[in-house]
Structure formats: structure tokens, C-alpha cells
Design a binder for this molecule. Structure first.
Ligand code: PEP
Ligand code: MN
Length: 339
């Protein structure tokens, strides 16, 4: 961190600042130029409140030159992390496709979709039991019953299951879930993240609707700092001024996050656009950009889906997307999908 001082900064206030930083274990290197005085802060500055320093009367400007996340940072962990979900590896060249309905609606629905997505090449089954809906009057999910139905589908098909946790109080219900999703709306539910940091379950952390990549990494940091290293990031589109799509797929997040972090990153083209015919091109874009997997919503009857029907693919369309994704991976020599 570098602090530029105001001209003629009060010596007493400067001494106080240096003493306060020393109490945090930070050494200060002072460079006095003809026109400017600059302080170089040396040590672990992740606990230093940059806004507090900026607010001081003697400070002109503060810049953080190292990232505030340590555990997620590729600098301290150069190799890709590989997260294993019930024997399926994601990251470091391993690619998985997660598919299933937005929400679990009935036993028949989830089991038939599970069979169809498995036949098409998906390796994990998704399905929401607890649904975060904008309207309190919209379908809220089958809740505990939905989890039971997912477990039945897992038993029938052998597919690991992925489902969203919305509240800490439900954690005991997730004991047999293979990959716990933290949705966009809960990306900054820090108490939930801390608790998941103490779990040994793999966590799928989705980027918040209006969160920066650094905020996503700081949220991952909460889970990692608690000792849980099994974190997979998910780019699911962010809110922009565009109205033709539900969100805007930030494809650049995939290569950029790969630079910043060793954690695997998957793409969710369904929530990104909110339009089923955009799922194929966005899946191909995410794959070509180096995603470690995809999460795609599939429904056997999108017109009657209780949630997110307009973005759901029918199983036959999903199968075509999987074929094309495999071709992209082969063409770019990225390895086989669903290894
Ligand atoms: C979902 O996966 O169904 C979901 C609600 O996603 P997001 O949190 O990205 O909106
Ligand atoms: Mn959905």
C-alpha cells in the first residue's frame, strides 16, 4: 500500500499514523521528494482499512498495490486448484457440466430430467429446493421436500447433486448434498460464508448481481479462511444498463479470474441472458474463454416451469449444446469434457 501525503503534513499526525500502523505490524518506508512525501507500507496490509487512511487530514491519496485476498490469490498458490465433487474433478484441465431445472417441482420431473441430462453428458444434477425469488408471491421451492426429491434422483441416477443454501438454519438438511451453491443474492452473506468455511463440503459460489470480481474473491476468501479449500467460482452474468438480456455475461471474468486466483471458475449461461436461445452461444463463449465447467438450466416443459422457464433448454437442445462444447474443447486442445 502506498500513501501520498499532503504538502506540509502535520508531523505529530504523521507520527500517530506511523505508530498506529506499527501496532498492526506494518513497517513504514518514507520517501521525501522535492514536491511530495510518499509512505510505502510494508507487511500484511490485508487488515488495514484503506478508507480510514484516506480519511485522514494529512493524506492526499492511498493506493493498494497488493490484493486484499491471500488464500484465493494465485500469487501464493500458482497451481490450479482441483475441486473434487463426489469423484468428479473440476479445475486444472478437468471440466464438468452441471444441468437440471431451476427448481425441483416433483419427483417425476426431477428424475426424468436427471436421466435425460445424464444421457446427454451432464455429470452433476442441479435443482433448487430453496428458491430466492424477487417476489414473495412467486414459487419459493419445495424446500425440505425438494431436497428429499433430489436425493431420490441421486439414488436413481448416481449423479451428484448441486443445490442452493439460503439460510444457515437449513445447514443440517444439506448433509447429503454434494456441492452446496451460494447464490448471487447471498454472495455477501458473510455469516453463511463463515459457516461454510468450517464445512468440508465443496461450495459453488456465484458472483453477485452487481459485484466486482474482487468482491467475489473476497467472498471466496471468507470460505477459504475458515479452512474449506473446496471453492468453485461461478460467473452468472452481472447487472448492466442492457435490457435485452436479463443480465450481461461477463466472459472476461473467466480468463481474468484465472489470472487472479487458483480456484476453478464455471460459467452459468442460463441466468446470464435469461433467454434459452442465448444459452448455446454463451456456453461456447465460456468454454472457449477457459471455463472449468458450465451450469445449464434444463426443463422438460419450459412453458410450464415454476421458475426460470424462459431460459431453460429442453433436453434435446441441451444435448446439442454439450456436443458443441465438446467440439470447442477438442478444437482448442483443452481436454475432454466431463473427464
Ligand atoms: C439459480 O442457480 O437458480 C439461481 C437462483 O442463480 P443466481 O443466484 O445466479 O441467480
Ligand atoms: Mn434459476
Amino acid at each position: 500500500m502506498v500513501v501520498l501525503l499532503k504538502k506540509n503534513a502535520d508531523e505529530k499526525q504523521l507520527e500517530n499514523l506511523v505508530a498506529w500502523l506499527a501496532s498492526l505490524g506494518i513497517d513504514v518506508h518514507k520517501s521525501e521528494g522535492e514536491y511530495e512525501t510518499v509512505l510505502g507500507l510494508i507487511g500484511d496490509t490485508s487488515k488495514v482499512d484503506i478508507d480510514f487512511i484516506q480519511s485522514l487530514g494529512i493524506v492526499e491519496n492511498v493506493t493498494r498495490i497488493s490484493e486484499p485476498y491471500k488464500n484465493a490469490n494465485r500469487k501464493f498458490h500458482p497451481e490450479d486448484s482441483v475441486v473434487e465433487v463426489a469423484g468428479h474433478k473440476i479445475g486444472g484441465g478437468h471440466f464438468q457440466i452441471i444441468a437440471g431445472p431451476c427448481s425441483v417441482e416433483s419427483e417425476e420431473q426431477i428424475i426424468s430430467i436427471a436421466r435425460e441430462v445424464a444421457a446427454a453428458g451432464a455429470t452433476m444434477l442441479r435443482g433448487g429446493a430453496f428458491k430466492p425469488r424477487t417476489s414473495p408471491y412467486a414459487f419459493q421451492g419445495l424446500r425440505a421436500e425438494g431436497l428429499e426429491l433430489l436425493l431420490k434422483a441421486k439414488k436413481e441416477t448416481g449423479m451428484p447433486i448441486v443445490t442452493e443454501i439460503m439460510d444457515l438454519s437449513h445447514i443440517d438438511l444439506f448433509a447429503d448434498v454434494d456441492l452446496i451453491q451460494v447464490g448471487a443474492r447471498n454472495m455477501q452473506n458473510f455469516e453463511l460464508l463463515k459457516e461454510l468455511g468450517h464445512s468440508d463440503k465443496p461450495i459453488l459460489l456465484k458472483r453477485g448481481l452487481a459485484s466486482t470480481m474482487q468482491e467475489l474473491l473476497m467472498s471466496a476468501e471468507y470460505i477459504l479462511a475458515g479452512g474449506n479449500e473446496n471453492v468453485i467460482l461461478c460467473e452468472r452474468g452481472i447487472r448492466t444498463f442492457e435490457t435485452y438480456t436479463r443480465n450481461t455475461m461477463d466472459v472476461s471474468a473467466i480468463p481474468l479470474l484465472h489470472e487472479k486466483t487458483h480456484l476453478p471458475i464455471i460459467g452459468d449461461p442460463s441466468h446470464a441472458a435469461g433467454i434459452s436461445r442465448m444459452v448455446e452461444p454463451l456456453s461456447l463463449a465460456c468454454t472457449a474463454a477457459g471455463a472449468d465447467g458450465l451450469m445449464i438450466e434444463v426443463h422438460n416443459d419450459p412453458a410450464h416451469a415454476l421458475c426460470d422457464g424462459p431460459q431453460a433448454l429442453r433436453p434435446d437442445a441441451f444435448a446439442k449444446v454439450v456436443e458443441k462444447v465438446k467440439k470447442v474443447r477438442t478444437a482448442l486442445d483443452l481436454g475432454n469434457a466431463a473427464e
